[in-house]
Design a protein around this ligand. Structure first.
Ligand SMILES: Cc1cc2nc3c(=O)[nH]c(=O)nc-3n(C[C@H](O)[C@H](O)[C@H](O)COP(=O)(O)OP(=O)(O)OC[C@H]3O[C@@H](n4cnc5c(N)ncnc54)[C@H](O)[C@@H]3O)c2cc1C
Length: 298
């Protein structure tokens, strides 16, 4: 492995100063579960790694009346161990449960999953479905970017040299809301999504009509997608198989998957329809406080 310097700043200001000083040649190190592999394989050659695990702002996990603040370095295990978060932002916990195994989940962060910007990243469709906004900081200030606009290509995103993802903010969950994330993989665990779908729905008080919906797709395009037409196909409509099938057809129409060793393009397109229907139905079940029985990852 190539030589690099290691810094562990204790403050956000310290991290931003180091990033500015290295002019794009330093890499933030969160859990390291992607970064170390990239460096070992020579895909990335940073001069320095800036350990961001010990910075308070990046470790925030706060659920209040205004919504959820999820620090970029918070590992998956803290997400699924937070009972209130699991109840109100279930799709995040669903994705946290299936990223690698227990050891990976103890280190791997939501910020790292997003900044690695893989098309099949499991937490990204869940964050898009829940309306997440990225808070990005640099030496010269902060800006916000919706999660669906963060990735710009496989392994690429909107971060400029010197910028750091600090946290992801999610709006408060309305009454009668439910969400879910599910992926298809050929084996039970330790694989990446052939297709992943996240959905969030809000129903009327009787649980019979969709008031709001957001559907997101993973592994079917160069970046994770916010399926706007599929989401709109649900809003204002009765909760039934016909409405949900229309949303699934709209989701299929924006997918542009590739054929690779995990599946053909046709197979993935079929899976988008199947998973969209299952995930929306699961989100509806949660919104109605019905028990949802499923095996994570399927
Ligand atoms: C065995 C194994 C199994 C895996 N299984 C899955 C899986 O099932 N699903 C899945 O989606 N992924 C999986 N992964 C990939 C990986 O674990 C996840 O992408 C993880 O969430 C990355 O988080 P991290 O904290 O380790 O990021 P790191 O490796 O520390 O960082 C990843 C990238 O993001 C950058 N970065 C990190 N934080 C920030 C920040 N705050 N601001 C700016 N840039 C930042 C880093 O510089 C680096 O380029 C697996 C990895 C392994 C090794």
């Amino acid at each position: 492995m190539r030589h690099f310097d290691y810094h562990a700043p204790q403050s956000l200001a310290g991290a931003l100063e180091l990033l500015a000083m290295h002019k794009g040649k330093a890499r933030p190190l969160a859990g390291g579960t992607d970064l170390i592999d990239h460096v070992r394989m020579g895909r990335l050659e940073p001069d320095s790694m800036i350990d961001i695990k010990k910075i308070a702002e990046l470790n925030i996990l706060e659920l209040g009346p205004d919504g959820l603040r999820l620090g970029a370095s918070v590992p998956c295990c803290r997400v699924y161990e937070h009972a209130k978060l699991v109840e109100h932002y279930s799709a995040l916990a669903d994705s946290a449960h299936i990223i690698g195994g227990v050891q990976i989940q103890s280190r791997a962060s939501f910020g790292g999953n997003l900044c690695n910007s893989g098309p099949a990243a499991d937490s990204t469709p869940a964050m898009i479905a829940l309306g997440g906004k990225c808070v990005i900081a640099s030496h010269s200030g902060t800006r916000e970017v919706p999660v669906e606009e963060f990735c710009s290509g496989p392994g690429k995103n909107v971060l400029q040299p010197g910028e750091l993802l600090v946290e992801i903010r999610f709006p408060a969950r309305p009454a009668n809301s439910g969400s879910h994330y599910r992926r298809f993989i050929p084996r039970n665990e330790m694989d990446i999504a052939v297709v992943g779908v996240g959905a969030s729905v809000t129903l009327d008080a009787g649980g019979e009509k969709f008031l709001a919906a957001r559907i997101a797709l993973g592994a079917v395009a160069p970046t994770p997608l916010y399926a706007t037409a599929a989401s709109a196909a649900l809003v204002g409509q009765p909760v039934n198989d016909e409405t949900i099938a229309k949303a699934a057809a709209a989701a299929r129409s924006i997918a542009s998957p590739i054929t690779d060793m995990r599946g053909t393009r046709e197979y993935r397109l079929h899976l988008v329809g199947v998973l969209t229907e299952r995930v929306v139905k699961a989100a509806v079940a949660r919104a109605r406080c019905e028990t949802l029985v499923y095996r994570p990852g399927h």
